[in-house]
Design a protein around this ligand. Structure first.
Ligand code: HAM
Length: 425
């Protein structure tokens, strides 16, 4: 017997769809309020769009297959490659900066854990063609705006921010060969998710010496941008990545959001296309996985054959934020609701009952109607389960006087009212 969806895939019962619509509605509202335009693309893409550097977890998690024409395809695990492909296809005809958002359904063959499904929806906000840190601030500010609208405050959420260029400069100053940097990022992304001993073993696996590993852990102990500055200055390294990181924080302070944000050198992100500032949002108690993450990716479009264009974006999944909101008791009541249930007393009153229901619907009311006549008590309990606020009982005695019985389901109060009062002329 088939009893559930494939492992990690999700059924959405009506109450789940109500929650999803609420979430998507707010994501759309916030995106549009910041001037982002919605776009969409196919759920199925060419596999080659995602085959980048081995070692990226996402590549090993592809749902990939061959279609009947022998093409290698994959369900999209993320939206950024599709965005890049679509922007390249339009070339320079798109005025920059491009500010687009989408809410794609993404698929990753993940090891199942809290906050991780094999299917999730992900709000994407991207700005393409903006070089300045104002772009990072803008996408981060929009995500925080959403969090505020659902009732989360800076006591609940923290934005941890770093910069790959800064980490690279710090590690270079400690002797890390540049070609090792991508592999090192993928390992550092595991910090906090695996033990330090496992982290150490992974660093040995990618060929780092014990001395280099010790230096790397020293860098990871850097707690502030001022500390980072001291290390760079001692090594005589350029300070540009530091300034860039400070500017992102400064721009966020213009939004009045500096209090949400904190520098954290260990934030690198698990995707290799990021080139500059990177960030992740977490619940303040760190009970859950990252709520959202993103950063600057200056080379992705060029790597697909497009022009070199600077881009910044973030992905914000539906799973973790729902868990956080449930934990804090901030999810609204998603039980069903209807304005009216119309109950014909017998089949003889069905025509009039149908006309009343249709008239109310044409006035924008939400209305259900008994599809068969049953004992009144049974019909009333059906109406209650359907979430009707009021019930209209179309019964012969009242109908003779062109009236129906209106019952308030909360108070139980009943009164006869003229049909003309309910129906639009
Ligand atoms: P990502 O960090 O892989 O980034 O995913 C972004 C967010 O999607 C995560 O923080 C999490 O909320 C959610 N997410 C990812 N995988 C799962 C999963 N298996 N189950 C539930 N939620 C998940 C990206 O995908 C980038 N493309 C984001 C981006 C857009 N960067 C620039 N623009």
């Amino acid at each position: 017997m088939i009893s559930g969806p494939p492992r990690g895939m999700r059924d959405f019962y009506p109450e789940d769809v109500r929650l999803r619509n609420w979430l998507f509605g707010l994501w759309r509202e916030v995106s549009e309020s910041f001037g982002f335009q919605e776009y969409d693309g196919p759920v199925v893409e060419s596999e080659e769009l995602y085959i980048r550097k081995s070692g990226e977890e996402i590549v090993g998690q592809l749902y990939n297959f061959e279609d009947k024409g022998g093409r290698r395809l994959a369900l999209r695990p993320e939206m950024t490659p599709t965005l890049a492909r679509m922007i390249i296809a339009r070339g320079s005809s798109l005025p920059k900066p491009i500010k687009w958002f989408s809410i794609p359904q993404c698929f990753r063959y993940e090891r199942m854990s809290k906050g991780r499904r094999r299917e999730h929806y992900q709000w994407n906000l991207d700005i393409v063609g903006a070089e300045e840190p104002t772009a990072e601030a803008e996408v981060i500010a929009a995500a925080i705006e959403f969090l505020k609208r659902v009732g989360l405050t800076r006591d609940d959420v923290v934005v941890l921010l770093s910069n790959r260029r800064l980490l690279s400069a710090l590690l270079k100053s400690k002797g890390l060969p540049q070609e090792k940097f991508p592999d090192v990022c993928l390992v550092i992304d595991k910090k906090g998710k695996v033990s330090d001993a496992d982290l150490h073993a992974m660093l040995v696996d990618i060929g780092l010496s014990e001395a280099m590993i010790a230096n790397l852990f020293d860098v990871l102990r850097i707690e502030s941008l001022d500390d980072a500055e001291r290390v760079l200055k001692t090594a005589g390294a350029p300070l540009a990545p530091l300034d860039e990181t400070r500017k992102v924080l400064e721009c966020l302070s213009h939004f009045g959001l500096a209090q949400f944000c904190r520098f954290d050198i260990s934030i690198v992100r698990g995707l290799l296309y990021y080139t500059g500032p990177v960030f992740e949002f977490f619940d303040a108690d760190r009970k859950f996985r990252a709520i959202c993450g993103g950063g600057r990716y200056d080379n992705l479009l060029e790597s697909y054959g497009g022009e070199r264009v600077s881009a910044v974006g973030l992905g914000f999944g539906d799973v973790v934020v729902t868990e956080v909101l449930a934990d804090k008791g901030l999810l609204p009541d998603f039980s069903s609701g209807l304005d009216y249930a119309v109950i014909p007393f017998s089949e003889e009153q069905r025509k009039v009952a149908t006309e009343i229901a249709q008239s109310l619907r044409s006035q924008g009311r939400t209305v259900t109607m008994s599809l068969e006549t049953k004992k009144l008590r049974k019909s009333l309990s059906d109406a209650d389960r359907a979430g009707a606020a009021k019930v209209i009982i179309v019964a012969p005695d009242e109908l003779a006087a062109a009236k129906v019985v209106l019952r308030d389901m909360k108070s139980g109060e009943e009164r006869a009212i003229p049909i003309a009062d309910l129906c639009a002329p």
